[in-house]
Write a protein that binds this ligand. Sequence first.
Ligand code: UFG
Length: 336
Amino acid sequence: MTTSLDSLTVLVTGGAGYIGSHAVLALRDHGIKTIVIDNLTTGYRWAVPADVPLIVADIGDFAAVSRTITQHDVGAILHFAGSVVVPESVENPLKYYANNTANSRTLIEAAVTNGVRHIIFSSTAATYGIPDHVPVAEDAPKSPINPYGMSKLMTEQMLADVAKAHSINYCALRYFNVAGADPKRRTGQSTAGATHLIKVAVEAALGKRDHVSIFGTDYDTPDGTGVRDYIHVSDLADAHVLALKALIEVPEESLTMNCGYGRGFSVTEVLDAVDRVAGVKINRKFEGRRAGDPDALTADNSRIRARLPWTPAYEDLDIIVTHALAWEKELERRAF
Ligand code: UFG
C-alpha cells in the first residue's frame, strides 16, 4: 500500500509528449521514482531523461500496462497519453473515443486490477464547451462542443465511478491554454505543424512561418480578439506533483480542479508580447473566426489555490513567451 511519495513509483503515460515530459522532470526534480509508458506516436524518446525507464507500449495494451505496473511496483499513475488536436477530433471522432476514452478505460482497469491507488488525469477546459460566464468554475455545466472535450469528460466520469467502487482516488486537472517550455531547455513543445497560438507565434518570430493568422476580430472582448488563460507548462507540471501529494494524504478524497492562472490575454496581447520578447514585428493577418472558438475562456482557480499549496513560478506572459522562444531556438540548434 502506498504511504508516502518517497516509497512510491509513479508511472507517467504519455511521458514522452509535451506536457508529460515536463511532468516527468517535475517528479524527477522532486526525487520521485518515475517510469514512462509511451507508444511514441507523437512523443519523442529524447524527451524522456536517460535515467527514467521508458516502456514503449500502448496504454490500450492491458497486458503490457499490467506487466509494467507489477514489475515496477507502481503506486500511482499520471495519465497524459492521448490525442489532443481539437479539429482532428471533429473529423475523426472514433480516434478520440479510442485513444482518449477506450484506452483510458483499459489503463484504469489495469490500475484497479494491479492495486494502483492514485490516478492523476489530464483533463481540459474543453469539457466546458462555451461557458455562460468566465472565469469558469469546476461545477459549471459541462457541454463539450467537440469529441476531444467529450472524450476527456467521459474519462472523468469513469474515474468518478471507479473511485466509488474501488480503493483508488483520482485528481482530474482541467488544463486551460498550456504554453511555454522547461526553463532549463530540457524539453518543450516540439510537434511539427502545431496550431497553438504561442507556438505558432514564436515560430513566426524566428522566420519559420511568414505570418500569424488572427482568427476573428469581432469577439465580445476588449480588443475583439479571443481571450485565453495561458499557463506555463512547468507550473502545470508542478501542480501534478502537489495533486499527487494531496491524493496520498487523503486517500478517500478525489479532486477535480481547473489549472489556469485565472486571467486572460487576447490574441493581440499575446502577439504584442512575442514581438516585445523577440524584438521583431510579426506579420499579422486578420482572418475570420475559427469554428468553435469561445470569445473568452479563463479559469476560476480558487479551488486549486485553496486545496493545494500551489505557487506558480512563471505567472507572467512575457516569461511564458521567453521560454517558448528559447525552446524554439533550441529545436533549431538541435536540428530536430
Ligand atoms: N489563434 C489565432 N491564430 C492562431 C492560433 C490561435 O488567432 O494561429 C487564437 C484562437 O482563435 C484562440 C486563441 O488564439 O482565440 C488560442 O488558440 P489555441 O489554438 O492556441 O488554443 P485553444 O484555446 O483553441 O485550445 C485550447 C487547448 C485545447 C483545448 C481548448 C479548450 O489547446 O486543447 O483550449 O477550449 F481543447
